[in-house]
Ligand binder design. Sequence first.
Ligand SMILES: Cc1ncc(COP(=O)(O)O)c(C=O)c1O
Length: 359
Amino acid sequence: MALLNSAHGGNIREAAAWLGIDPQQLLDFSANINPLGMPGALKQALCQNMDLLERYPDPAYPGLYQALAAHHQLPAAWLLAGNGETEVIYTLVQMLAPRRAMLVAPGFAEYRRALQQVDCQIETFLLTEAEGWQLTESILPALTAELDCLFLCTPNNPTGLMPDESLLLEIVARCRQLNIALIVDEAFLDFLPDRSGLIPHLASNPHLWVLRSLTKFYAIPGLRLGYLLNSDPQAVAQLRERQMPWTINALAALAGEVILEDKAYQQATLRWLNAERPRLCQRLRALSGVTVLEGQANYLFLRCDVAGLDLQRALLEQHVLIRSCANYPGLDERYFRVAVRSAGENDRLVEAFEQVLAV
Ligand SMILES: Cc1ncc(COP(=O)(O)O)c(C=O)c1O
């Protein structure tokens, strides 16, 4: 039975209650948040602009939309921002109201929940261990005219795997041919600076919806900010019509104006990840019983093959919380996801692993 009820990582309250300790005493590797913390310029802007909270935000969020449009060099009319990417997923699914959708498993849980709310019939395309959990061309024949919608996550959560660009473009073309709305979640793409994702292909593909989150890279999951892009301004205008007013609070909207051009923070983040990801991988790979699977992004996907060891529970006893992937369709209790954190925190994670594997 699952140790924690939460459908996501990051629930340190539940984990700490299970141990009977203060949540502050836990090191959380279960949520994939940039350990640099929010950009300094943002913290300063938030502190200096508290009085924004005393007024309603402009429901058209002109400053935020201008900043997003400038960042992507695309028209603001192609964008819908929301209270985290999660809100945008639900608003989009409510509008598209697909009758039949395909999800790739394992994958992020909120696509399924959003589709269930519109009584959509869901087909699951299972990734396999034999194919290294990578999305391959075998998905192409599974895309048929009966489908209204396909969700992809690139890089995928929890595997951290990024499909080849050529395969992504084949999927875009097949979905266009079959009239399938293709929703591509690029929540973690900023952590892969060598990949540009599908935004450059929006113009010729109005059936393509790209989702972006700012909460992971800029360490603002509590502030909440995300958005989508699509090249059909009328469809985007319909989404804006449907969205409740003021879903983005005034400080989150301000954050969008401050963080996107913070090049120094972006570079510092990529320097940290370039150094720490391979180092953590290498240290964990040196342990027996644990396999670190191939992937990219700011988290690692692991399999633990030590019979009888409840890895999440054992690490929790060392005050380290990792994400069990047992509740992902397509995975089981052998699979885990850990965030890459600061060098010192990663060393503590490895020490905790050494403790529990040595028993
Ligand atoms: C793949 C993926 N997409 C979207 C989200 C949600 O992002 P946000 O915090 O912007 O709602 C998450 C959160 O964990 C995620 O893992």
